[in-house]
Design a binder for this molecule. Sequence first.
Ligand code: ADP
Ligand code: ZN
Length: 659
Amino acid sequence: MDAALADAPVTAQQVLRSVFGYGDFRGQQQAIVEHVSGGGDALVLMPTGGGKSLCYQVPAIVRHARGQGVAVVVSPLIALMHDQVGALAELGVHAAFLNSTLEGEDARRVERELLAGRLVLLYAAPERILTPRFLAMLDSLHGRGRLSLFAIDEAHCVSQWGHDFREEYLGLSVLHERYAGVPRLALTATADAHTRADIRQRLQLQDARLFVASFDRPNIRYTIVEKDDARQQLLRFIRDEHEGPDGLDSGIVYCQTRRKVEETAAWLVAQGLPALPYHAGLDAGLRRRNQDRFLREEGLVMVATIAFGMGIDKPDVRFVAHLDLPKNIEGYYQETGRAGRDGLPANAWMAYGLADVVNQRRMIDDSEAEEDFKRLQRGKLDALLALAEAHDCRRVRLLAYFGEDESGTAGDPGSPIHAERPRGDANEASAGARCGNCGNCDNCLSPPATWDATEAARKALSCIYRFQQHSGFGFGAGHLIDVLRGKRTDKVLQRGHEQLSTFGIGADIAETAWRGVLRQLIALGHVRSVGEYNTLELAPGAREVLRGGVPIHLRVPAALPPRARKAGRGTLRAGSGKPPPLPLDDAGLARFAALKAWRAEIAREHNLPAYIVFHDATLAEMARERPATLDALAAVAGVGTKKLEAYGPEILRVLAPLA
Ligand code: ADP
Ligand code: ZN
């Protein structure tokens, strides 16, 4: 055990304070830590950014200090292992990793330390754990009572239902069979009942206690806009919300395809924004370099497919933007959850349009999967579309989605989803979410105007019906809108569609509004888009709409009446540009800037991301509190014993002239 714990404070609370420098556990952390430190098994569901790492790191430290040996952390993510071991070293906790990046002698050294019982935590990839060599080492430790716990991170990888399925995870049931009695903790941010049941069964965690944290992330502002010119919209969003006098915020832009990733990144660079591409088709070296740069440097935009993100625990990602619709709410929530892990204000922004709806539906229809699976995927897509089309609070809908999954599960009685809220200062917003106004999503901040599109929807459906009758086949959205608006295009004349009774019946409605109507009809499943040309067909549900039995209300497209949609803007970031994480006066800002400059130097020297040295929030609190002594500095959240010792005097020196 290292210096920080020389006096062996072994309660969880003491570890939290002295090692991590935090005053309080968040939400369920304390219960989890106590349960696991005491030798219990647990299944932990917590949203991204909820604070899962602490749930096994604290028990690992507590149990090691009691002489119970090393905690083995199973993780599929090499970058994450690397960063966590680096961060733990900064905290004075002896940890190491074993994965494919570690060569002969280095790996041998880690193994020696492991066997000697010196390590507090060992991170390893699942395929490594399952090797005979590794299992033999575990046997040896176990025989001597030196195996303190297993933490299985990203436990949803064991489920074939998710897109992160990893074959090797299935082998992890061996841990229970071989080392019964060693506590096991499985953690994931994927909350659905299916995945959870798989984890319990495949990892043999049937008896593990379930902990479900609130999935609310009150510091994230959700905004979903209709696509018009998506890139320009994205650029405006970044410039308005995330660019300031001291540069750009870090952010992630998700696109669906590799090509779009590359095009978007190149376009942003051409607009003067520092953007990097990331997708599975890039050369491995370049991919790693881009990822390292994103983690280490400030103010970069990562444009990526969903290949990027799992295990990226950079806490100061200030925005996550989606240029394409994700597959489902789980994906959306996991991706947007990568914003604002530090608890400071962050944006989740998405642009979506008719083509997204058509594409996602098509991808499901065209896939080779079983019909059951497709039905499940369609249901999930519908839920996401309902979220995107909603005029009411997005947060309420998101939480309800996860809550429904929760109540649908047998065998987990009374797990208190939403019973607690993870972050202090934003509690009000989160409390409000439960009565329908979270105060921190686009719809709550600026309630959208809606129009009654029932009549328009009926007109569109009749026109689709007439096409079928008149020509014997269907047409795409563009042509349909031309006919409805009474445009005599070549195609209209060629087909004789100017003679249809539906020709021109919707001339009073703008094209963007028509697109909204069609998007809604497809989203609701009344219309299907089929074939190579995306021709529109009536679905069985259309009959009810045609009869006028289904009222359809749409938000007024932003482009139609130029409404001031600015109301909500700027409240997150008062004035223009990037504010510090806490309100600071001018002198405070100067101290904050000086501390950041100092941190950048240290980070460079130690070859670590800046946030591993200290989070922005910690520096901001130092700038506000102006500690003049080491004792005062120790009271700042995020300053533990080891960092106080290593950096305390320097920080006081940086602050002294600016007091
Ligand atoms: P997850 O793995 O669940 O996505 P992390 O473990 O990376 O989340 O934690 C997210 C952030 O919250 C980290 O920066 C971590 O330092 C911080 N954090 C976690 N628990 C606490 C706590 N009790 N007090 C203050 N900060 C915390
Ligand atoms: Zn809301």
